[in-house]
Design a protein around this ligand. Structure first.
Ligand code: S3P
Length: 425
């Protein structure tokens, strides 16, 4: 159980751990490349460790020294049939992206996950991967894990993403590097593009156009990947600083890929004082420092076009909205129901317990503020982002807030508690 005490302001200069999406992709692309890949700043969260474990089971040598990871690639066709079930743990990214790679392999693998992941929708990957030629079975005919995948002999498809999901897009693109012909993926709203950028830097045959991506059979070469700080982890502290007058926080070396920076746009729309500094680029990804000064925030309207750029940040945006003056309406966010928990219900129910004027909408939520936030005990639903959002809410409360089952924070941010202490002392 994590107990958070109220504070008057937050301050300091911190870093956050490596980007989860980029860390997963570094191990996956490194595994199917020729030669060695070195990944620095790797996120040692449980999700990314699940990816390492799975690729070791597929025959890949992965050496770890702190957050420096060395992957001895086996080339596109060098993975080996695993002799046991591959366990993606809590990680949707591991299961869905790895399924794309497994669809290209001429062997059988079984992929499972924890109780939460086994409830999450998998038809979104099994349908297009079957269309490409993979044989995929699973509970409820491939709608739920465990999934059984026998791959090989793929052909390119022209796929229009029915849901805005980078995981689904990535699964199809990764299968595309094993397929005959061209694989084309079209998306209505752009989702995070780390797979595209990293495939390009590993020498993949990929082209990104406005609204669609094409990929062809590719041979990849191992690379060095510098993982920037995860903006989705930085988001918790950005809100902690932005919504409290007198705060002054610098978060250094954060990934600023424009497909991920919706949180900055939204906080600035709410009147936050945020500046970006030392912007540079590495491995095809923008990196910089985020400087936040606390101010009184205003409510805002968040609609479906921006949702993919801040999908993981909505629980903590709801916390910012609780402190802001006026109404914040979040719509077009139904995908939140299919995350590690139903994040719409979880956010609404738990913030309500702390006295926030918040109501659930069919595809989002509405918050009226500012609120006097009370103390108490809230649930995490075993969802790391719910646990951390509630912890940030605790900073703004009048009494301590306790978060039950907070161990799940280690999924994406094992050092969260230490960093929180560092900026509140
Ligand atoms: C991710 C994509 C998003 C995000 C998840 C990581 C990725 O999921 O919520 O935390 O690394 O591709 P969806 O693509 O399912 O929206």
């Amino acid at each position: 159980m994590l107990k958070v005490n109220p504070v008057k302001k937050v301050q300091g200069v911190i870093t956050v751990p490596g980007d989860k999406s980029i860390s997963h992709r570094g191990v996956m692309l490194g595994s199917i490349s020729k030669g060695k890949s070195i990944i620095t700043g790797f996120l040692l969260g449980e999700d990314c460790l699940s990816t390492i474990k799975c690729f070791r089971q597929l025959g890949v040598e992965v050496n770890q020294q702190g957050n420096r990871i060395e992957v001895i690639g086996r080339g596109t066709n060098g993975l080996m049939e695993p002799n046991d079930v591959l366990d993606a743990g809590n990680s949707g990214t591991t299961m869905r992206l790895m399924s794309g790679i497994l669809a290209g392999q001429d062997f059988m693998s079984v992929v499972t996950g924890d109780g939460s992941l086994r409830k999450r929708p998998m038809a979104r990957v099994s349908v297009p991967l079957r269309e490409m030629g993979a044989t995929i079975d699973g509970r409820e005919n491939g709608k739920l894990a465990p999934l059984v995948i026998r791959g090989g002999n793929l052909k390119g498809i022209d796929y229009k993403l029915p849901v805005s999901s980078a995981q689904v897009k990535s699964a199809v693109l990764l299968a595309g590097i094993y397929a005959d012909g061209v694989t084309k993926v079209t998306e209505k709203v752009q989702t995070r593009d780390h797979t595209e950028r990293m495939l390009k830097s590993f020498g993949g045959n990929i082209n990104c156009e406005d609204g669609y991506i094409t990929v062809k059979r590719s041979e990849l070469e191992g690379q060095e990947v510098e993982v920037p700080g995860d903006i989705s982890s930085a988001a918790f502290f950005m809100v902690a600083a932005a919504a409290r007058e007198g705060s002054h926080l610098v978060i250094k070396n954060v990934g600023l890929n424009p497909t991920r920076t919706g949180i900055i746009d939204v906080l600035m729309n709410m009147g936050a004082d945020i500046t970006l500094d030392n912007i540079r680029s590495s491995g095809g990804e923008e990196i910089g420092d985020i400087v936040i000064k606390g101010k009184k925030l205003q409510g805002t309207n968040i609609t479906k076009e921006i949702i993919p750029r801040l999908i993981d940040e909505i629980p903590v945006i709801a916390v910012a909205a609780s402190m802001a003056e006026g109404t914040t309406r979040i719509t077009g966010a139904e995908e939140l129901k299919f995350k590690e928990s139903n994040r719409i219900t979880a956010t609404v129910d738990e913030l309500k317990k702390l006295g926030v004027n918040i109501k659930e909408l069919p595809d989002g939520m509405e918050i009226v503020g500012p609120n006097k936030i009370g103390g108490g005990t809230v649930e995490s639903y075993d969802d790391h982002r719910i646990a951390m959002a509630m912890a940030i809410c605790g900073l703004f409360a009048e009494e301590p807030v306790a978060i039950n089952d907070s161990h799940c924070i280690a999924i994406s941010f094992p050092e969260f508690e230490d960093k929180l202490k560092a900026i509140t002392e």
